[in-house]
Design a binder for this molecule. Structure first.
Ligand SMILES: [Cu+2]
Length: 455
């Protein structure tokens, strides 16, 4: 106890006499490493400690460490950050080491890990290691297992990684505010045996939701359910990087959910299996095929498939409101209503007034709406065939022949082989036949069935 107290004081003072070294020999806080780019950084190949195949953090990065007397030492700094959610919108969030989410922490089963946490937030915090089996006093629950880390102080967490798997870290202090502000990060423990659960590409991301009023920069932290930004690693479409995959690769995608609702995550073009949760790896005989897996709040899922079919495969949350951005959630349904004259009159008074088109909302994908500064259109982005009409939790898994093993750069749009794209029928179009609806107004001209009736 004395040693530890001395150690913490020594760390804060930046002076380390031999007598003040803690029991494990750590004498200084590891250098602070930060990241200012919101794009996917190349996986961090380990150059010390046990070898493993690193993960690719979508629109993120992994935290370097140092080895010290057999301990793997990391330094997390909790602090306010500015995060670009997509080009055109930046938010004031809280995170770690310059970004929200914080850097991914990677280690290996059996590693002894020491994590220094410095608090540069305006209020106290803690870090909870979600899913990691550790001593109770290292669990990071403010008030219950430790005092909160005061502003300006550094605390040390030490534990051994007893099992491999998919975990995360987040505060357990003023949680509603701190998680609504973006404080979270991925934690991956690689298996000791590199052949166990081996994959060629291993992507990770966390889901977070924010409520930022159009034109504002800071999330409304008291929002309970009505969020307007549904993010993967604090990014929204079209700001979420595509997942580049080499044809033939075994692919794992690990997903964690720290929003306030569940997200059914859907991949096109493949069936996959859930091979891991935050509780551990799923034995082969207990897996079943899926194309959508629901990730509930506070859960993590690792899905796997073999990428044998090239193409541009949509990958998204299946809740359609979660593939839209901030603007336009409150517009009334106007399908079938000719409201052009009314809209024109309102626009004269309220230039930003936005209405749903009488044909649906697809027109908005192309529409150049006058937007307040620092917000994103509800649906946007374009592909090789036109507007994609998405936002929020949407990306593309791009499976291509002949990519280099460690190349995660965007290979561009898929070039479909001739004759493999849906095409317009140019022959004679059949005449649509239907019975008149019973309540149809007389003024509607409905073509009556000409042949068989009464089925
Ligand atoms: Cu969702």
């Amino acid at each position: 106890m004395t040693n530890r107290r001395n150690f913490l004081r020594a760390s804060a003072a930046g002076f380390f006499g031999a007598a003040m070294v803690s029991r494990a020999g750590a004498a200084s806080v590891p250098d602070l490493v930060t990241q200012d780019k919101p794009t996917t950084q190349p996986p961090l190949v380990p150059n010390t400690g046990r070898h493993y195949s690193p993960v690719a953090t979508l629109n993120g990065w992994s935290l370097p460490w140092r080895m010290k007397n057999g301990w793997k030492e990391f330094h997390l700094v909790a602090e306010p950050v500015r995060r670009q959610l997509a080009p055109g919108m930046t938010a004031n969030l809280w995170g770690y080491n310059g970004q929200s989410p914080g850097p991914t922490i990677e280690c290996v089963e059996g590693d002894k890990v020491r994590i220094f946490v410095t608090n540069r937030l305006p209020e106290h915090t803690t870090v909870h290691w979600h899913g990691v089996l550790l001593p109770s006093g290292m669990d990071g629950v403010g008030g219950l297992t430790q005092p909160q880390i005061p502003v300006g102080k550094t605390f040390v967490y030490e534990f051994e990684m007893k099992k491999s798997g998919t975990f995360m870290y987040h505060p357990h202090a003023d949680e509603m505010v701190q998680m609504a502000m973006g404080m979270m990060g991925f934690l991956v423990v690689h298996p000791k045996d590199p052949k166990f659960m081996r994959v060629d590409r291993d992507f990770v991301f966390l889901m977070a939701s924010y409520d930022v009023e159009p034109g504002a920069h800071t999330p409304k932290v008291a929002t309970m359910t009505d969020f307007n930004l549904w993010t993967w690693n604090s990014r929204v479409f079209p700001g979420i990087d595509h997942l580049a995959v080499r044809k033939g690769d075994r692919v794992r995608i690990r997903i964690g959910n720290l929003t306030m609702t569940n997200h059914p995550i859907h991949l096109h073009g493949y069936d996959f299996e859930v091979t891991g949760t935050d509780g551990g790896w799923v034995p082969k005989g207990a897996r079943w095929p899926e194309v959508t897996t629901d990730v509930a709040v506070g859960q993590m899922r690792a899905i796997e498939f073999t990428a044998d079919v090239p193409g541009d495969w949509a990958f998204h949350c299946h809740k359609s409101h979660h593939t839209m951005n901030a603007m336009g959630h409150d517009v009334p349904t106007m399908i079938g209503v000719d409201h052009r004259e009314v809209a024109q009159r309102i626009i004269k008074l309220v230039p930003d007034y936005m209405v749903m088109g009488e044909r649906g909302m697809a027109d908005m994908g192309e529409m150049e709406m006058p937007l307040p500064d620092n917000t994103l259109p509800m649906m946007t982005g374009s592909g090789p065939f036109g507007p994609i009409e998405m936002g929020g939790m949407f990306s593309v898994v791009k499976v291509r022949e002949g990519l280099a093993r460690n190349d995660y750069s965007d290979p561009g749009w898929y070039k479909h082989p001739a004759g493999t794209v849906a095409y317009e029928w140019k022959g004679e179009a059949p005449v649509a036949e239907r019975k008149p609806a019973a309540a149809a107004p007389a003024s509607h001209s409905v073509k009556k069935p000409s042949s068989h009736s009464g089925h």
